[in-house]
Design a protein around this ligand. Structure first.
Ligand code: AMP
Ligand code: MG
Length: 305
């Protein structure tokens, strides 16, 4: 299918999946309540979990957000298009289905040619990850087909470059707060804003700052756990993700400290573990050597538990 076909689908109030630099998104017209209802239905997503609006031009934030602080412009200048979602005060006309009834709205501009080409013609899209709620986010078109069927409309791209969902930062409080870690780190954001940035993504199911925080995400069916310090890597029913190992075998995947590569592959490994009936994914702890460290550790911790 060529791009025109997907644009028509979206304009007709249907949904279609598309690649971004983070994960594949399930796109629907951000101004069409029926289309957005389909997103929740297809995903099986709880309705109190808000959606991120994806835009292709900076000026489009004006239609969704009000009282935009200077910090937003600084972050946009530094990181857009890119894997940073800004939570801002919403305009009254933004649909409740988008914000789950909150008075804030989340916005980002993806850094992906195909995503931007689609959005520039369809208009702003809500786009949660294109997976069934509860399963790992899709980083390849085939993951979307696994979850939604072979005929599901997906704009095919390569495997996504980053592989973990965007950093979400709330700019509506007196102190900027990271609600979800991503490949853009707190340090990178603090360097741009020249101010302290809080992290509030620790698991507090009763008091989530961000509604998505109370849901278990990113989990395969296999049990995910950390590898013990002197544990051997020879159980055939376990998929091992390690930094280095003296034992070479088909179920021991080595990353040699390349955390970017590990992040890019993580959800694919989780899905592969289930397809190949591994009972366990054991991950060797790794050092904080890269901006993506926090996000990678966060997703693994969530998968563990
Ligand atoms: P997903 O689309 O699955 O990557 O998830 C989007 C996530 O963005 C949600 O689960 C929330 O954590 C966050 N989010 C979206 N909108 C808001 C908002 N208005 N306030 C706080 N967090 C939000
Ligand atoms: Mg998701």
């Amino acid at each position: 299918m060529d791009l025109k076909r997907y644009i028509s689908l979206i304009k007709a109030g249907e949904v279609a999946a598309f690649p971004t630099e983070t994960v594949y998104g399930l796109g629907a017209d951000a101004w069409n309540p029926d289309a957005i209802a389909k997103v929740f239905e297809i995903k099986g997503r709880p309705s109190d979990n808000p959606l991120i609006v994806h835009i292709s031009e900076e000026s489009q934030i004006e239609a969704f957000a009000r009282d935009i602080p200077a910090a937003a412009h600084q972050l946009i200048e530094a990181f857009w298009p890119g894997p940073l979602t800004l939570v801002l005060h919403k305009k009254p006309e933004v649909l409740d289905a988008v914000t789950a009834g909150l008075d804030t709205v989340a916005l980002r501009m993806p850094d992906h040619e195909k995503a931007l080409a689609l959005i520039s013609q369809s208009g702003p899209l809500v786009a949660p990850s294109a997976n069934k709620s509860g399963s790992p986010s899709p980083t390849k078109a085939k993951h979307v087909h696994t979850d939604f069927g072979d005929d599901f409309p997906v704009i095919d791209g390569e495997a996504t470059r980053i592989g973990l969902e965007s950093t979400v930062i709330d700019l509506t409080q007196s102190v900027p707060a990271i609600l979800r870690p991503g490949s853009i780190s707190r340090k990178q954001i603090e360097d741009v804003l020249e101010t302290f940035v809080e992290e509030s993504f620790f698991h507090q199911p009763e008091k989530p700052r961000s509604p998505g925080q109370k849901y278990s995400h990113y989990k395969p069916k296999a049990e995910v756990r950390w590898l013990e310090e002197n544990e051997s890597t020879d159980d055939v029913r376990t998929l091992y993700l390690v930094q280095s190992s003296s034992v070479i075998s088909s179920n021991v995947i080595q990353y040699n400290g390349e955390l970017d590569r590990m992040a890019k592959e993580l959800y694919d490994r989780f899905r592969e573990a289930d397809l190949e009936n591994f009972s366990t994914v054991a991950i060797q702890p790794f050092d904080d050597s890269d901006p993506i460290f926090g996000a990678l550790k966060n997703r693994i911790s969530k998968a563990i538990g």
